[in-house]
Design a protein around this ligand. Structure first.
Ligand code: AQP
Length: 332
């Protein structure tokens, strides 16, 4: 069976972008793949985190994943720092990856901003750790949103460079899985910037923790333009906010953007937004309710993560040990 690995950062509430771009696909893929899902707390500390908030977010994100439909019995769910194989392999990859490759990573440029000299070394080396996350399990596929495509290309480059440097066929060339009509959900306030957990304005995103009335309010207030909706996708080309909302609608009702445009041809945003809010609430409200139930039982969430970590260790340890032997480390 092919093996999936994917991760999400515990850097705040999960939002509709995380859900439509990644997590909903993670749930579906469980039927056909062996799945390993990870709350990537090592990645989270590449930017400053309050320790208590990080612990709380790790539990909350794990609860969201369970509430969304990750089955912790058939799949593996754990937090990254509990499995040391990730950090061990990342060090080897720090020595395989080239500075020039990391210099091209757009996410580092975006996250480091203007004050690059002050960014952590961890933020810069983030893609090497991500490659280690995936390759510690020799995962064949990684379901992600569009924004992670470049990092997965780097993961393939690292696997190839390791194999060629040591003359082995050890690490696979992992394939990204990017699918659905909402692979890059944009901010509700600016159709040209990504919906993100770390955006300072909560009105830019729909969180999985938002109650129905807040979801409806955020959608009502989402930025639009004065034109009625177009009848085909070509009409969305210069209208980023309309394109974003139509994409979200299409993804939520498992329809194509083309059919969604046809359905709302000539409609005003007010009518469309009402239907979009109903759809978003119908999808998210049961997840929010289940998540709240799970958050009232932190011991259960912790036990899921502990069990997942043990199973993950069992898979990753022999692979990383073999990589260490290939490199020439004396292992006992
Ligand atoms: N806006 C998005 N649209 C579609 N997919 C998205 N993903 C994130 N944002 C969108 C996908 O969600 C998965 C988990 O992402 P992450 O939490 O590990 O990191 P991120 O991509 O950096 O997400 P954020 O929300 O922007 O977090 P912060 O603000 O902390 O940096 C990934 O598969 C990602 O593609």
């Amino acid at each position: 069976m092919d093996r999936i690995f994917s991760g999400v950062q515990p850097t705040g509430n999960l939002h509709l972008g995380n859900y439509l771009g990644a997590i909903r696909n993670w749930v579906t893929l469980q039927a056909d793949y062996e799945c390993i899902y990870c709350v990537v707390d090592l990645h989270a500390i590449t930017v400053a985190q309050d320790p208590d908030e990080l612990r709380a977010s790790t539990r909350e994100v794990a609860a969201s994943l369970l509430a969304a439909g990750i089955d912790a019995k058939t799949s593996i769910l754990f937090n990254q720092s509990q499995v040391s194989a990730h950090a061990e392999l990342a060090w080897i990859f720090n020595c395989v990856a080239r500075l020039g490759w990391l210099n091209r990573m757009t996410q580092f440029k975006e996250k480091a901003g203007k004050n690059r000299e002050n960014a952590s070394v961890g933020l810069y080396a983030y893609p090497n750790l991500m490659a280690a996350d995936v390759l510690a399990y020799k995962a064949t596929h990684v379901p992600v949103g569009e924004d992670q495509k470049q990092h997965l290309e780097l993961c393939r480059d690292i696997a190839q460079a390791f194999n060629s440097q040591y003359g082995v066929e050890f690490f696979p060339l992992t394939e990204p899985l990017i699918f659905g009509e909402a692979t890059r959900v944009m901010s509700l306030r600016d159709g040209t910037s990504k919906m993100s957990k770390s955006d300072s304005s909560d009105n830019t995103r729909i969180n999985l923790t938002d109650p129905p009335d807040l979801i409806a309010k955020k959608i009502r207030r989402a930025k639009t333009d004065p034109e009625p909706l177009p009848g085909s996708p070509e009409g969305l080309e210069t209208r980023p906010e309309a394109a974003n909302l139509i994409g979200i609608f299409a993804a939520l009702c498992n329809d194509s953007v083309e059919d969604t445009c046809r359905r709302f041809d000539g409609a005003q945003f007010s009518k469309f937004k009402e239907e979009l809010a109903d759809l978003a609430i119908a999808e998210l409200a049961p997840i929010t309710t289940e998540m709240q139930r799970l958050m009232d039982d932190p011991a259960y969430v912790d036990s899921v993560l502990r069990d997942g970590a043990e199973r993950a260790r069992g898979l990753a340890a022999p692979i990383v040990q073999e990589a260490q032997e290939i490199v020439g480390f004396l292992t006992s």
